[in-house]
Design a protein around this ligand. Structure first.
Ligand SMILES: [Zn+2]
Length: 71
């Protein structure tokens, strides 16, 4: 249960919730999908995905460890 994007209403992944906290506000109560975050920050969705990968690689506890089974 991770909720829905506050902008477009699509289902959110745990990573999208986590990256909203990192990029917007640790105490954020509204969360956004990759596409809406990209529009908000005027970057591409791939830039947001790179940030997710970066935060995960840096060991941020908001992000679940990468699991090869998900690839
Ligand atoms: Zn959205």
């Amino acid at each position: 249960m991770t909720g829905r994007c506050a902008s477009c209403g699509c289902a959110l992944s745990a990573d999208e919730v986590a990256v909203t906290k990192k990029l917007v506000n640790r105490g954020a109560v509204s969360f956004y999908c990759v596409n809406c975050l990209a529009a908000y920050f005027e970057v591409t969705p791939d830039d947001i995905r790179e940030r997710i990968a970066y935060f995960r690689a840096s060991g941020c506890t908001l992000f679940a460890p990468a699991r090869p089974a998900d690839a």
